[in-house]
Design a protein around this ligand. Structure first.
Ligand SMILES: [Zn+2]
Length: 340
């Protein structure tokens, strides 16, 4: 076993952003079943992955009327897979669920909104999705919704708006329920409104540092410092366009390690996490129009590639404990505190 593999084996490894549920739902519509076991499980095992945070995401052409129905269909597809998986993976709603799953050698899946559209403008519906197991609330994708406004990938001049009145109430409800707020995709105004409104750590599940990859989709130094101050984490995004905006074709795992080293030096290694945002494999769900915006290719297309990322971090002189924290320990700290 390589040193990188050893670190992966003994760490709680979390990929805090994968569009798993939209893919399950799309493939169920094509008549498939057991998609998670057949298409994903082997890669997760080879990469030593313990936890996947799956998005619930609705394509723009279904907005706003079909958002709630589509989100529920995605959750239904996931529960259907839970029924037929023979206990190989579980829904995780707290840190203890993750620890238990790891002891039992099961994969834990945590559910996350990537955009509040499924609530149809009504913050009080958040508790319904909480009851279904959703624990992470991404306020918006890179577009505008009733609660908040998102950053654009290419429009550097776009200002937009921040949290709306409904969005503020949504953040309040999320804190009351014990959900983690995800600020990936928010624009600057929304970001700072959330920082002002938050009493808990906030996270960016899949974002990079703007200093190294200059797109409004990524985080400025001030934003990274603000996340650190609240005790949150930033998952490194492995989509080439996000990791290396000026020259996506040249993106490699070294870019990802460089972002992590940069954020770590700017604040502390406690801020690091991994949210690979893989999308190459999602081609079958071709209606997912967000792909055309964000992903030229996956720098780490399957989770086996995590070994290369760990090796790159070792080469940068990061300690084994720091790397273990980046792989999942730091996010576990946030989940323990916020989810209870
Ligand atoms: Zn995203």
């Amino acid at each position: 076993m390589s040193k990188a593999q050893e670190i992966l084996a003994r760490s709680t490894v979390i990929d805090c952003h994968l569009d798993l549920l939209p893919d399950l739902e799309a493939k169920h519509r094509q008549g498939r079943k057991n998609v998670l076991l057949e298409d994903y499980m082997e890669g997760f095992k080879k990469g030593g992955v313990d936890v996947i945070v799956s998005s619930i995401f609705v394509d723009s052409d279904l907005l706003p009327e079909m958002a709630q129905k589509k989100a529920l269909a995605q959750i239904a597809a996931f529960y259907e897979e839970l029924d037929t998986c023979g206990g190989q993976f579980v829904l995780a709603t707290c840190a203890e669920d993750i620890e238990k799953a790891r002891r039992e050698n099961k994969l834990a899946i945590m559910l996350a909104f990537e955009g509040a559209e499924p609530l149809s403008g009504d913050p009080s519906l958040l508790r319904v999705f909480y009851a279904l197991g959703v624990r992470i609330l991404g306020l918006c994708w890179s577009r505008s919704n009733w609660a908040a406004d998102g950053s654009r990938f290419f429009d550097f001049d776009y200002q937009g708006y921040g949290l709306t009145e409904g969005g503020r109430e949504l953040v309040r409800q999320a804190e009351q329920l014990g959900m983690v707020i995800d600020i990936s995709h928010t624009n600057e105004k929304t970001f700072w409104d959330v920082v002002e409104a938050s009493h808990q750590p906030i996270i960016a599940t899949h974002s990079c540092a703007r200093a190294l990859s200059d797109t409004p989709r990524n985080l400025s130094d001030d934003q990274i410092r603000a996340i650190a101050k609240l005790g949150g984490v930033i998952g490194i995004n492995g989509a080439s366009l996000v990791a290396r905006f000026a020259d996506p074709a040249g993106a490699t795992v070294s870019d990802l390690a460089a972002h992590m080293e940069y954020e770590s030096r700017l604040t502390s290694p406690d801020i690091l996490a991994v949210g690979l945002d893989q999308c190459d494999r999602l081609e079958s769900s071709s209606t997912m129009q967000k792909e055309e915006f964000r992903c030229v290719f996956d720098v780490i297309p399957t989770h086996e590639g995590l070994e290369g990322l760990v090796s790159a971090l070792l080469e940068k002189g990061m300690s084994e404990d720091q790397i273990s924290g980046a792989l999942g320990g730091n996010l576990m700290r946030v989940l323990r505190r916020v989810l209870g």
